[in-house]
Design a protein around this ligand. Structure first.
Ligand code: ADP
Ligand code: MG
Length: 419
């Protein structure tokens, strides 16, 4: 039991049918039907292997989005092949989610065998539009088709999908109402790591917030400063430009136009309010970089009036690197600039190298932040890379994650004997 949720150490799974929800949602190349990445699939292998080794009949539930938002119709068939390769054991698959064919297949499983069902979002009640529109309670989710059809066949529910922990859907929050429930090893690692950062970080604790998802960055910043989690916040990317603008610093007309075009003008006032309260903890760039034929940099007071700032400057990057190297805990979300382009990657590259070098514990999340880490070949040097961007951000914004709430509930349902 950790943070009110049972772990696999608390479960006896031998001979039992275990419904295990994983998040193996990966970018798909729809032309060829192949997966562009397999890192989420690899991340849940330890849980699946452990369940199978311990003699459970493992039934995997998963979703796979398509490249078109809210049309979640891509099959999980390629994932079964990848899992089979990574696990080095057979992974059965069926093109059904909870119909008679899937149920027969589940009933026929032998101890240790693994079955991956097709995309749970083929069931309408699992779709994001349905979730947002109807907002079913967890009790109501337990009465949906998926849960009513599958729960009677199972003894236990395991959730290993921390990356989807901010979702409020039957496959994630419904089974915990009727089955004894546990978190898988990946969920345990990710949830406990971020809970540790929130509740008792080793200090100094530094948050590095950059990138372009402004609403998220502001919410996180507000929460971690208000709760006293962050001793210092280093700002980069668009976040920094907005803060600088809020302090009346010249950031270039191009930068201001970009903020307005992105509908972020209201955040200039929000930044001013945050800075008024927590200014001594929020560090802003002292120089910025832009591109005019090639990379150019200048200290804040000396910037040309018309530029668009696309990176923090070298002096700022070095100063941030120093703070990071002497921190005990560093949380990072969002790059320092447009790191995809060579002229504007220096700030991100310097800061990321410091993240790799610091003896402190680093937690990094966010799709582009992870891409940058891979680009600079630093994956092995980070303390923890979180697979769940959305869930991580919601958690650090102080929200209770629906799946965490459901798992706490499911921890109180007693295990029964093997049927
Ligand atoms: P993550 O995916 O790590 O959560 P975000 O999605 O919030 O990060 O931000 C990443 C994007 O922000 C990148 O595509 C990057 O090019 C862009 N970006 C970074 N700095 C700036 C800037 N100063 N102006 C505009 N875009 C920026
Ligand atoms: Mg992103």
């Amino acid at each position: 039991m950790r943070f009110g949720i049972k772990t696999l150490d608390d479960a006896s799974v031998q001979g039992k049918t275990v419904l295990c929800r994983v998040d193996i949602n990966q970018p798909v190349d729809r032309q060829t039907g192949t997966l562009k990445s397999i890192n989420r699939i690899a991340a849940c292998v330890p849980t699946i292997r452990e369940l199978s080794d311990k003699g459970a009949k493992v039934v995997l539930l998963a979703h796979q989005g398509s490249d078109i938002e809210y049309k979640n119709f891509y099959t999980t068939k390629p994932h079964a092949a990848v899992l089979e390769r990574l696990l080095e054991r057979q992974v059965q698959w069926i093109d059904d989610v909870c119909g008679p064919a899937a149920r027969e297949k589940i009933k026929a499983l032998k101890d240790g065998e693994i079955l991956l069902l097709d995309n749970v979002r083929f069931v309408s009640e699992e779709q994001t539009l349905f979730e947002k529109k109807l907002r079913l309670t967890h009790e109501q989710q337990a009465k949906t088709l998926l849960v009513e059809k599958l729960a009677p066949l199972a003894d236990l529910y395991v959730c290993d999908a921390f990356a989807a922990a901010h979702r409020d859907q039957p496959s994630l929050c419904g089974f915990e109402q009727v089955l004894p429930s546990f978190m898988g090893r990946l969920f345990e690692k990710e949830y406990c790591t971020v809970s540790q950062v929130m509740e008792a970080p080793e200090r100094p604790c530094v948050f590095v917030l950059g990138g372009a998802k402004i609403a998220d960055a502001f919410e996180m910043m507000n929460t971690v400063l208000e709760r006293g989690v962050a001793d210092r916040v280093l700002t980069g990317g668009l976040v920094a430009n907005i803060f600088l603008a809020s302090q009346g610093k010249p950031v270039g007309q191009g930068s201001l136009d970009f903020i307005a075009r992105s509908n972020y003008s209201e955040y200039i006032e929000k930044a001013a309010a945050l800075y008024a309260r927590f200014g001594e903890k929020i560090q802003l760039p002292t120089d910025l970089a832009w591109v005019e034929e090639h990379r150019q940099e200048a200290a804040l007071g000396e910037l040309p009036g018309d530029i668009t700032a696309l990176d923090i400057g070298s002096a700022t990057a070095e100063s941030y690197a120093g703070v990071i190297r002497s921190a005990k805990t560093v949380f990072v979300n969002g790059p320092m600039g447009v790191f995809e382009k060579e002229e504007t990657e220096k700030g991100t590259k310097t800061v990321w190298q410091a993240l790799a070098d610091t003896p402190g514990f680093t937690v990094l999340g966010g799709g582009d932040s992870i891409t940058a880490t891979e680009k600079y070949d630093l994956t092995e040097k980070m303390g923890y890379i979180c697979t769940g961007g959305g869930a991580l951000i919601r958690f650090l914004s102080g929200e209770e994650l629906p799946v965490v709430k459901a798992l706490r509930h499911g921890a109180s349902i007693p295990e029964s004997k093997v049927r």
